[in-house]
Design a protein around this ligand. Structure first.
Ligand code: IMP
Length: 185
């Protein structure tokens, strides 16, 4: 993976495609075992999770359904976003086993907002699968049930994640360049 430039920032290789796919295969096995005979409803959170959701589905071999939600938020210069609503989930979720598919849990605002709203519709259970998780950034109580990779509190792009619109198409994950940046092993 080469170093890349998006807008004015340099990003260095961090997690390559092979590691991502291998980890998703492991998570898929766990989910297949846990949700056999439960017909889970996967809920992908757009835009960032579109690739993770798609590759996750390739690993799921039990009966299941998938739907997507998109959140609207207002972001200022602060890193935290105030989420105003979610659109797109038109399935009846009462009594269903939900698995939320997120690209990354950073401040946790998104996942907390979604859980709070989805629980109102009385699903049987909700678990969270997130490809990336920044434990240093998240100080809340939500448990990430299926985590791809725990990463430090640094900005990353690629594999669905963007920097100001760019980078979602990259097959690997890249980290913003810092003097001490190290590869994920
Ligand atoms: P939250 O702060 O946990 O609510 O994350 C909100 C959203 O911000 C995530 O779903 C990502 O789309 C985006 N995000 C958070 N951290 C990063 C990052 O390091 N790179 C790119 N997008 C990010």
């Amino acid at each position: 993976m080469p170093t890349i430039t998006l807008h004015t920032k340099t990003f260095v290789p961090y997690i390559d495609e092979g590691k991502i796919q291998a980890r998703i295969a492991e998570l898929g096995k766990e989910i297949n075992a846990e949700y056999a005979d439960k017909n889970p409803l996967f809920v992908g959170v757009l835009n960032g999770a579109f690739r993770f959701a798609s590759d996750m589905m390739r690993q799921i071999d039990i009966d299941c359904e998938i739907n997507f939600v998109k959140l609207t938020s207002y972001r200022g210069t602060e890193t935290t976003g105030k989420i105003s609503s979610h659109i797109g989930l038109n399935s009846d979720i009462e009594g269903r086993h939900l698995v939320l598919i997120e690209d990354i849990v950073d401040t946790g605002n998104t996942i907390e907002f979604l859980l709070e709203n989805l629980y109102k519709e009385k699903p049987a259970s909700i678990k969270v699968a997130s490809l990336l998780y920044k434990p240093e950034a998240y100080h809340g109580d939500v448990k990430i049930d299926f985590t791809g990779f725990e990463i430090p509190n640094l900005f990353v792009v690629g594999y669905g994640l963007d920097f100001d619109g760019l980078g979602r198409n990259l097959n690997g994950i890249y980290q913003i360049e810092l003097p001490q940046t190290v590869k994920y092993d």
